[in-house]
Design a protein around this ligand. Structure first.
Ligand code: UDX
Length: 502
């Protein structure tokens, strides 16, 4: 399936250079080639009708956060999607329209597309491979203990696809993978499928944030298509172009893979930068939120990703940063800046715990309420969350914990079942009841709007250590709290020793 339609959206195209003889076959020559921006009638991303000019049959491996959102949203665009998961329970739940993850808007789009007959789930890979135009690889790439990305599941998909190729297939990486993973996929399939089989491997990285993933997919700020053949590039343009009017960046496969890794490393660096500034803000007695606003209004800097606090967690930023460090090291490139970003982030939890310890003096036998265990608000995901360091530290220090999260407690319960020193509460107020201190670990909106008077009245001592800078110090003071933040101001009894004049 090819397309001769002209592109009308904004398009940053390095592919022309790649096909003009500058490429060296591994995407490197083309990576260094000049890019150019095509006509940009509208830079406003928007979704067009769910009625693509070319309806495709798509097979999707993996129904985790990226895979499920991708499956549901591609079906919403009008394509026919078969998603595979090895776990029959996940397949059964999704087939009945029950999402296996907490993601705003997902349930509705899932149900509508199952109902419309455009989306089905299966444990059988052959159902998704046979007759499909494009196969997406959305399986997990978790971090290994040495910092590299574990690509076992990606390799397994390649080995599964190879013997089942029934005509030309385009295999597309969606999972975040280190640059040049596509080559390994390609070699694996070629070895097992034989030289006569026709296929391409392309990269089309996802930029989905948990909590807003459906919106991010349906209203993308850009689409990156990394393809080394015209056939693969055309297929992916046919898939997206009729539905979206956002910039499309056309690159080689390796460039697309690297764009994703670089994007996440840059976001991580931005967060670590503002966190160091927040420590300086504390030393200078200024508010980091005001500083962030003051610098963020400069379009060269931009206002997002400048929330200081406990730093970045989740399944992507920490993992992609450590994978990038190993890529840099393997290529003999200085990785010091990346390692520093990582070091600063790790130190955030220590800083919060030091504040808590200073506020409580003795932690043993104190009741500590924990607000939020998800790595950020609007998700039930605890991967890379500060709670995974804070909870064991507090337990080891002998605290009694009362934990509340609007969505993620079931996940933490699997790791830390309730006992006589750990209670899971049904509300923030219940977690605060009888507490000597509250620590805020997640930026859930529901915490921002807590009734402060009521909160104080149920606590044993009104101490709040806010790892996400959700509250205004003046409001906390007015409500009678002793309040500690990370760069946003502290309201605490004076601990200054009076000077003795001699
Ligand atoms: C990220 C990328 O944003 C997304 O493009 C990619 O595809 C997947 O990884 P996600 O992990 O869902 O998305 O979360 P994100 O919103 O990026 O936040 C990452 C972490 O940074 C969270 O722990 C969040 O609390 C933290 N963060 C974010 C800050 O500490 N400060 C900020 O200003 C923004």
């Amino acid at each position: 399936m090819t397309s001769d339609r002209r592109l009308t959206g904004s398009r940053l195209d390095e592919s022309d250079a790649a096909t003009n003889g500058n490429g060296n076959g591994d995407g490197h020559g083309s990576d260094l080639a000049a890019t150019r921006v095509m006509a940009a009638p509208s830079l406003q991303p928007q979704t067009r009708a769910a009625n693509p000019l070319v309806q495709m049959r798509l097979g999707i491996f993996g129904t985790g956060y990226a895979g499920l959102v991708t499956s549901v949203c591609l079906a919403q665009l009008g394509h026919t999607v078969t998603a595979i998961d090895k776990d029959p329970e996940i397949v059964a739940s999704l087939s009945q329209g029950r999402p296996t993850i907490h993601e705003p808007g997902l349930r509705e789009v899932l149900a509508a597309n199952i109902e419309a007959g455009r989306l089905k789930f299966t444990t059988r890979s052959e159902d998704a491979i046979a007759g499909s135009d494009i196969i997406f690889v959305c399986v997990g790439t978790p971090p290994r203990s040495d910092g590299r990305a574990d690509l076992c599941q990606v390799e397994e998909v390649a080995r599964t696809i190879a013997p089942q190729l029934d005509g030309y297939k385009l295999i597309v990486e969606k999972s975040t993978v280190p640059a040049r993973t596509a080559r390994w996929i390609s070699w694996t399939i070629r070895r097992l499928a034989g030289p006569e089989r026709e296929f391409d491997v392309a990269s089309n990285p996802e930029f989905l944030r948990e909590g807003t993933a459906v919106r991010d997919f349906l209203q993308p700020d850009r689409i990156v298509i990394g393809a080394d053949s015209e056939r693969a590039r055309s297929l992916l343009l046919d898939l997206y172009k009729p539905s979206f009017d956002c910039p499309i960046v056309l690159t080689s496969v390796t460039t697309a893979e690297f764009i994703k890794q670089t994007a996440n490393a840059f976001l991580a660096a931005k967060i670590s930068f503002i966190n160091v500034m927040s420590d300086l803000c504390e030393a200078l007695g200024v508010d980091v939120a005001t500083v962030a606003r003051g610098i963020g209004l400069d379009p060269r800097i931009g206002g997002s990703f400048l929330n200081a606090g406990l730093g970045f967690g989740g399944s992507c930023l920490p993992k992609d940063l450590s994978a990038l460090i190993t890529v840099a090291e393997e290529n003999g490139v200085d990785s010091a800046i990346l390692k520093e970003v990582q070091r600063i982030n790790t130190a955030r939890v220590e800083r919060l715990l030091a504040k808590l310890e200073r506020a409580l003096w003795v932690v043993r036998n104190k009741v500590v309420g924990v607000l939020g265990v998800a790595f950020k608000g609007n998700t039930d995901d605890i991967r890379g969350a500060p709670s995974l360091s804070v909870v064991p530290w507090l337990r080891a220090a002998g605290a009694n914990l009362r934990i509340y999260d609007p969505a993620a407690t079931p996940r933490l319960k699997e790791l830390y079942p309730p006992d006589d020193r750990l209670v899971y509460a049904e509300s923030a107020c219940e977690a605060a009841t009888g507490a000597h201190a509250l620590v805020v670990l997640t930026d859930w909106d529901e915490f921002r709007s807590l009734e402060l008077e009521r909160l104080r009245s149920v606590m044993r001592t009104p101490i709040v250590v806010d790892g996400r800078n959700l509250f205004k110090p003046a409001a906390m003071q007015a409500a009678g709290f002793e309040y500690y933040s990370l760069g946003h101001g502290d309201v605490a009894p004076s601990v200054e020793t009076p000077r003795v004049e001699v």
